[in-house]
Write a protein that binds this ligand. Structure first.
Ligand code: DLL
Length: 436
C-alpha cells in the first residue's frame, strides 16, 4: 500500500522538532489553565509550581495529576477553561457513581479532534474515493461523532449508521459498497458472523479496512475479524476526557498505535507511586492535552496499562507508539463498548433497597458480551414467591439499565450464596479473554 498521510509534516516530524513544538504548546497551555481554571490554580499553588516553572516537556512531571474523581468533583463546569459561549459541543461518558464526565469543545477543539481521526482513516488507506460506514454509537459517546468528523474531512462518502440494526448495516454495506468500516471489534466480529450465516463469503463485500477500538481486543480476534470480513483490521484508541477516538491510531505495520503527540503528550507512570517510568516500561498511561482549549487536561491518569516505544516504524511516521491497553489500574470493565464501574451497580442496589452483596459475571458469547449480576436477597425477602422474585429481578435490571445504558440479566439468589474468599465477596468474574 502506498503510504499517505493526512498531515505529513506533523506525522513524520523529527523528534527534536516535535519536542520543541510540544514544549511551546505546553507552556501556553499551562498558562491558559492556570489563568482560567481555579482547580489547576489551586493544585499548582499547593505544589508550589507557577506557570513560568514549566519551560518545556522536561518539566511536565512538576505538574499535578488529574483523575476521573477530580473531573467528577468539578462536574459540570468546573474544568471549563473558556467562556461557555465559545463552546459548541459536549460529549460524555459515564462516571464512577453515576455522575457523568462531560467534555466540552470549542470549534477549534472539534477541528483538531476530527483531524486526529482523519489521520487514522488515511493511515489505513482511506481517500475521498472511499465509502466509510461508521457503526460506532452516535450521540454522547464519542465514537460515532469522532470517526464521522474524520471521514468527512478525508472526503469519504460517510454512512452515519450508528450501532445496532445489523440487518440494515449489512444491506447498506452491500448496496452502497462500503470500503471502510468503523465500530467496536466485538460488533465487527458480530457483523462478520451474521454475514457468514447469511451465506456471504468475505470476497462478496467491498470492504478493505476496519478501524476498531473503544474496548480491549486480542491479536486472535484481529485475525478472526480479518478472515470473516476479508479486510485488514486496525486499532484506534482514545477516551472522552481527551476528546475521543484518534488520540492514537494504527498504521499498516499493525504493531501498536501512533500517538498524536502534537496534541497529546503521553507519559507512563507507576500506578502506585506516580513515578514517571522510562520508555519501554509497562505502566499507567497519562496524557496532557496541549492544544484543546475548552476542556484541557494536564497529566490525566487514564488508568490504562500500556508501553510506549519510539522504535522506527516502516510507515514513516515518527509519532511515538503505544501498545494496546493491557489492562486497567482500576476496576473499570468495558462491556459491549460501555464503561462500567462496579460502584455504579452498587449504587443502584443500595437505592433499590438491597444490601451490596453481589457478583458481576461478564462473558463473551458469539462475540457479544454478556452481563449477569447475582444479587443476594436478605433472609426476609427470600421467602417471596417466584412471581415476586421475577418481578423484582426485572425492576432491578431496569434500574441498572438506566444507570449503565446496557441491559444486564439480574439473578436474585439465596442469602449467603455468593462465594466469599477470605471473607470478602469476589465481586467481578470476567471470563472473557481480552488481552494477549
Ligand atoms: O471509547 C473512545 C473511542 C471511541 C475510542 C471509538 C476508540 C474508538 P470512552 O468511552 O471514554 O472513550 O472510553 C475510554 O476505553 O480508557 C480504554 O480503557 C478503552 N479503550 C478505548 N480504545 C481502546 C482500544 C472511547 N483500542 C476507555 N483498545 C479507555 C482497548 C480501549 N481499550
Amino acid at each position: 500500500m502506498e503510504q499517505r498521510y493526512w498531515q505529513k509534516e506533523i506525522e513524520t516530524m523529527a523528534y527534536e522538532d516535535m519536542r520543541k513544538l510540544q514544549s511551546e504548546r505546553l507552556r501556553e497551555q499551562v498558562k491558559h489553565v492556570y489563568t482560567h481554571v481555579e482547580f489547576y490554580r489551586k493544585r499548582m499553588d499547593e505544589k508550589g509550581v507557577k506557570p513560568e516553572d514549566i519551560k518545556g516537556v522536561e518539566d511536565l512531571n512538576k505538574l499535578p495529576f488529574v483523575t476521573k474523581d477530580d473531573l467528577r468533583e468539578c462536574y459540570p463546569y468546573g474544568m471549563l477553561a473558556v467562556p461557555l459561549k465559545d463552546c459548541v459541543r459536549i460529549q460524555s461518558t459515564s462516571g464512577t457513581t453515576g455522575k457523568r464526565v462531560v467534555a466540552f469543545y470549542t470549534q477549534d477543539d472539534v477541528e483538531l479532534w476530527e483531524n486526529c481521526c482523519a489521520r487514522a482513516i488515511v493511515a489505513v488507506g482511506g481517500t475521498d474515493e472511499d465509502v466509510c460506514q461508521v457503526c460506532y454509537g452516535y450521540g454522547l459517546f464519542t465514537g460515532g461523532p469522532g470517526l464521522n468528523g474524520g471521514s468527512h474531512k478525508v472526503g469519504c462518502l460517510t454512512l452515519p449508521m450508528s450501532s445496532g440494526n445489523t440487518e440494515r448495516q449489512i444491506q447498506f454495506m452491500m448496496d452502497l459498497g462500503s470500503t471502510i468500516i468503523c465500530c467496536t471489534p466485538s460488533y465487527a466480529a458480530y457483523i462478520g458472523e451474521t454475514l457468514k450465516e447469511k451465506g456471504y463469503k468475505p470476497e462478496d463485500n467491498k470492504l478493505k479496512a476496519g478501524i476498531f477500538g473503544a474496548e480491549p481486543w486480542t491479536e486472535e480476534m484481529r485475525r478472526e475479524i480479518e478472515a470473516l470480513l476479508g479486510i485488514k483490521a486496525y486499532d484506534i484508541y482514545g477516551l472522552t476526557e481527551t476528546s475521543g477516538p484518534g488520540v492514537s491510531f494504527e498504521c499498516q505495520e499493525q504493531t501498536g498505535m501512533h500517538v498524536n503527540e502534537d496534541h497529546f503528550i503521553p507519559e507512563i507512570i507507576d500506578p502506585d507511586t506516580g513515578e514517571v517510568l522510562p520508555e519501554g516500561a509497562k505502566g499507567e498511561l497519562v496524557f496532557t492535552s496541549i492544544t484543546k482549549k475548552a476542556f484541557p487536561l494536564l497529566r490525566y491518569r487514564t488508568r490504562d496499562i500500556c508501553v510506549l516505544s519510539r522504535k522506527k516504524c516502516s510507515c514513516g511516521r515518527t509519532l511515538i507508539k503505544m501498545t494496546k491497553p493491557m489492562g486497567r489500574s482500576d476496576d473499570m470493565l468495558i462491556i459491549r463498548g460501555v464503561n462500567v464501574f462496579p460502584s455504579q451497580i452498587e449504587t443502584v442496589l443500595l437505592n433499590e433497597g438491597y444490601a451490596p452483596n453481589y457478583q458481576i459475571v461478564v462473558d463473551r458469547v458469539n462475540n457479544t458480551d454478556t452481563l449477569d449480576i447475582n444479587v443476594e436477597l436478605s433472609s426476609e425477602a427470600f421467602s417471596d414467591t417466584v412471581k415476586e422474585v421475577t418481578a423484582a429481578e426485572h425492576k432491578l435490571a431496569d434500574a441498572i439499565k438506566t444507570m449503565l445504558g446496557i441491559n444486564p440479566k439480574v439473578h436474585l439468589v439465596a442469602p449467603k450464596s455468593i462465594a466469599r474468599s477470605e471473607g470478602k465477596a469476589v465481586r467481578i468474574i470476567d471470563k472473557r479473554k481480552l488481552h494477549d
